[in-house]
Design a protein around this ligand. Structure first.
Ligand SMILES: NC(=O)c1ccc[n+]([C@@H]2O[C@H](COP(=O)([O-])OP(=O)(O)OC[C@H]3O[C@@H](n4cnc5c(N)ncnc54)[C@H](O)[C@@H]3O)[C@@H](O)[C@H]2O)c1
Ligand SMILES: [Zn+2]
Length: 379
């Protein structure tokens, strides 16, 4: 089993990474948190079917005073104030008091919703993250950002609230659909580009299938990503110094793409993959990175089965994407602050005002209907 420590003063927590963790000594930390408390187990409809009963048992065996399961329909479409409201009412019906514990079992949607519930319920209760998607293991379950989407944009309402424990049970990845694996891989590529050239190079030796066949490699990669995320969170927990913002590489473009396509067409990782393509193109257009960087990044993303371009529709146009990016919360004083690659393993934060360059970078990655769906090749 691997452990990564997030040493935020007064709010330290451990990330446990392994298989069959309930049987391992790390489970002590879990038992200590759970014993004697009323627990609200939150899962989406897919994950509840797969793992709900197992986790109910695990919580009961750890001595939970009571376990209530709250289920919501799977999908980003559920990451709303309405679902948040439903979960609050579930917490009320479950009799969760200030000592209550929320347990998120699922992907980033479940983690963000449950974390926001835990941040708000009784003005803040403890919560545990049990990420069951690769994306949630390497990214969303660590760092304490919680929240929900609005029709006007992603993650516009939320709070910082750190979990008390993160339990990455790698066995759950066995049921994860390939498309969701790829989403996690997009975030892992992101870590490579922003901070870890050896990680990027290591990924270049893999496809989805080879990774799935090597659980030990996956465990190492998950642990490495958690380490990077923990370091960044430690240095800039609330995204005030700008350091944490590097995690948004590809995300300002990606969020805009997700928003204008209605959150249904691209999942988060796919939008981020395309967004990283746009960011890399922009860096190349502005002369801030080697001209061959976008192609190297594209090659890896494609090898992992990720899209690097989007098809234009009535809603998805370069102009709409740009407009949504300016509406994104990361604009400072009307300027777009973007994370751009300098080279693989190093990024910079840049204020970009050049609409022409932005539109060229976005336009180069959005194409009319070519008969190919996601991931159409660039001309
Ligand atoms: N808080 C943060 O710091 C942060 C960081 C990155 C992303 N996010 C958020 O995370 C969300 C995306 O997370 P996601 O990709 O995990 O999405 P998700 O939670 O919707 O999960 C994706 C799909 O996989 C299914 N699933 C989950 N685990 C499974 C398993 N083990 N086996 C089979 N199916 C399983 C889910 O039911 C769902 O259908 C976005 O809302 C994004 O904004 C947050
Ligand atoms: Zn992300």
């Amino acid at each position: 089993m691997r452990q990564v420590q997030v040493n935020l003063p007064g709010r330290e927590y451990t990330i446990l990474i392994g298989s069959g963790l309930a049987r391992l000594p790390g489970a002590k930390a879990w038992n200590a948190l759970v014993a004697g408390r009323r627990c609200l187990l939150v899962a989406d409809s897919h994950v509840e079917k797969l793992y709900g009963p197992a986790f109910q048992e695990i919580l009961a065996a750890a001595g939970a005073a009571a376990v209530t399961t709250a289920v919501f329909p799977a999908g980003e479409e559920s990451k709303t104030l309405a679902t948040f409201g439903e979960l609050c009412r579930e917490a009320a019906r479950a009799g969760l008091d200030r000592k209550g514990l929320a347990v998120a079992v699922g992907g980033g949607v479940t983690g963000d919703l449950t974390g926001f519930l835990a941040a708000s319920w009784m003005r803040g209760i403890d919560f545990i993250q049990v990420p069951t998607t690769l994306l949630a293991m390497v990214d969303s379950s660590v760092g304490g950002k919680t929240g929900v989407d609005l029709p006007e944009g992603k993650n516009l309402v939320g709070a910082f609230h750190q979990p008390r424990l993160v339990w990455c049970e790698l066995d759950t990845l066995k049921t994860l659909p390939d498309r969701e694996w790829r989403c996690g891989l997009a975030e892992i590529v992101k870590y490579g580009v922003i901070l870890d050239a050896p990680l990027f190079a290591r990924l270049e030796g893999h496809t989805l299938a080879t990774l799935q066949a090597e659980p030990e490699t996956v465990a190492e990669i998950v642990a490495r990503c958690c380490e990077i995320k923990a370091q960044i969170v430690l240095a800039d927990e609330r995204e005030t110094t700008g350091l944490r913002a590097v995690l948004n590489y590809g995300h300002t473009f990606g969020h805009a793409l997700e928003t204008c396509s209605g959150y249904g067409r691209f999942n988060h990782g796919e939008a981020v993959a395309i967004g990283m393509g746009m960011a890399a193109d922009l860096a190349a257009v502005l002369g801030r990175c080697p001209a061959e960087l976008p192609a190297r990044q594209d090659a890896l993303l494609r090898q992992l089965g990720l899209p690097v371009c989007a098809e234009t529709t009535a809603e998805v146009t370069p102009e709409t994407i740009l407009e949504l990016m300016f509406r994104d919360k990361k604009t400072a004083g009307g300027k777009l602050r973007l994370i751009l690659p300098r080279e693989i393993g190093t990024v910079e934060i840049m204020s970009v005002e050049d609409r022409g360059a932005l539109l060229r970078a976005i336009g180069g990655r959005t194409h009319g209907n070519t008969g190919e769906s996601r991931g159409a090749d660039r001309p």
